[in-house]
Structure formats: C-alpha cells, structure tokens
Design a protein around this ligand. Structure first.
Ligand code: 15L
Length: 267
C-alpha cells in the first residue's frame, strides 16, 4: 500500500484513531476527514480536512487527489431514525457521488454486524447470509452495503464492505468472545481492503480469529489476504468468570444489547 493516496472519513472517531497512525506507518499518503473537528496531522504524509459529508464541498475537500476512500464516518450505534438517515443514508450517498466525481477506484465501507444482529447466536453465517438488521442502525448498514454493490454495478467503483464486529482494545464481555476485532487485525483488514485485488464488490466479516465466532470468514476474507492474528479466546478464562451483562433475549441474538432496544416481546 506504500504511496497509495487514501481518504479516511470518520478519522476523529474510535476506529479512525486506531487507523491513522497504522495506515501512515504502512506508507499510505492519508487525507483524514474529522467532521467538525480540526485534527492535527500526525506526520507530513497526513492532510486533514473538516466538514459535514452531506455537503458536497466537504466531500470534495476530503476526496481530492485520492484513489481509495475508507468510509468510517457516520452514526455508529442505535439512534433515532432521523439521525441515522442523515448520517448513514444521506451523507453516505453524498460521499459515493463524490467518489464518482473524483473517479475513485474503490470505497471501503464500514458495515456492521448489526445488519445481521437478529440471527441466532447458534448460527454461523456465511458472507451471503440474509440481512437481519437489529434496529435503525443495522438497517442503515444493510442499505450501505447495497449502495456499495450498486456503485460497482452501475459506476465501476470497487467496493469492500467490512462487517465490523466489536473493534476494541480487548474483549471485555461474553459476547465479545464471538465478535471481537482486535486493533492489529482491524488495521490489517483495512490495509488488505485498500490494496488487495477484489472481484468488484465483496463483503467480509470484520472479526479476529475467534473460535466462538458467529461468522465464517474462510472464503471472502482469505480471498483478500486477511489473516487474523488475534483471538478473543486469550481472555476467555477471565470473561467466563464474570456475569454476562446481556438480558436473556439479547443473549440469544448476535447483535446483543442492540436487539432488545425498543423491542416487542414475541409470544
Ligand atoms: C457496532 O456496530 C458499533 O459501532 C459498536 O459501538 C459496537 O456496538 C459493535 O457494533 C458491537 O456489536 O459490539
């Protein structure tokens, strides 16, 4: 990836903070969009931009001179639908239109496990499993994946959808034994997603090498050369000694706590 010109939206967010130094260390020339926040460049290889991505000028500032966009901006948890629509549908569309204007080769999209959150924890999902969103946020991510699909099919912009599990420094609760994505693996996954050849559009599970995973990553992730080196199981003993914080229904569903927010109990 050395010398590649990459735009990173959501650079001021949790994942952005992990990725910025690591993408720079990999030799990427980075343009980091921090939303309203003016970030301080980490090196001479980083340029920072500001602005709301619903605004085409802000999109142009972020994408200028880049080849690939890593789109990590947006609402990242369950929120009322109007907010989700503005950040994850309207802004997403604006940035894909920007990708067309700037003739980007590829968009790497932060999807989420919550687009599949209503699947049972007993299921092990292949990449072509049906969407079963666990709320407005998960629904927006399903829409985002289809946006990536459409911009490949209609405009020839390559797409990689990363169905990110729980991107955390370490797993801290029972569900994370299945969903954890360690920071080293996150960085490796994003670097592969930026640079590996892809067959147009591909969706990949964003998880570490967790033996209790809900997701089968053997084909799709391996195809882009992602080889996770971290495993939530290294924390299993400590976590299994703690109480599971989830309610009885949320324990049975992959999306965990998101699944029973504003939920109608079934008979
Ligand atoms: C997500 O999509 C969220 O952005 C993050 O805050 C976590 O809730 C994560 O999923 C998860 O499922 O653990």
């Amino acid at each position: 990836a050395t010398g590649m010109r990459v735009a990173l939206s959501g650079a001021g967010g949790q994942i952005g903070a992990v990725l910025r130094p690591r993408l720079l260390a990999a030799g990427i020339v980075l343009r980091s969009g921090g939303g309203p926040t003016a970030l301080t460049p980490l090196s001479e290889a980083e340029t920072v931009t500001t602005g709301d991505l619903r605004d085409a000028d802000a999109v142009d500032r972020l994408l200028e001179g880049t080849e690939v966009l890593v789109h990590m901006a947006g609402t990242s948890v369950e929120k009322p639908l109007p907010e989700v629509i503005e950040n994850n549908l309207v802004a997403l569309h604006a940035i894909y239109e920007g990708a067309r204007r700037h003739a980007l080769r590829r968009v790497v999209f932060a999807s989420s496990n919550h687009a599949f959150g209503m699947h049972s924890v007993e299921s092990r999902l292949d990449p072509d499993a049906p969407f079963r969103p666990d709320g407005a946020y998960g629904l927006s991510k399903a829409w985002g994946e289809m946006m990536g699909r459409m911009y490949w099919d209609r405009h020839g912009i390559e797409g990689v959808a990363l169905r990110i599990g729980s991107a955390l420094p370490r797993p801290t609760e029972f569900r994370h034994l299945s969903t954890w994505l360690g920071h080293d693996d996150l960085a490796q996954l994003v670097l592969r997603s930026i640079a590996a050849p892809v067959p147009g559009y591909v969706a990949v599970w964003g998880a570490s090498d967790n033996p209790r995973s809900y997701w089968n990553n053997a084909d799709a992730a391996a195809a882009i050369g992602y080889r996770p080196t971290q495993s939530a199981e290294d924390w299993a003993e400590e976590i299994l000694a703690q109480e599971n914080p989830l309610d009885p229904i949320a324990r049975t569903l992959q999306g965990g706590s998101f699944t029973t927010m504003d939920y109608t109990p079934q008979a």
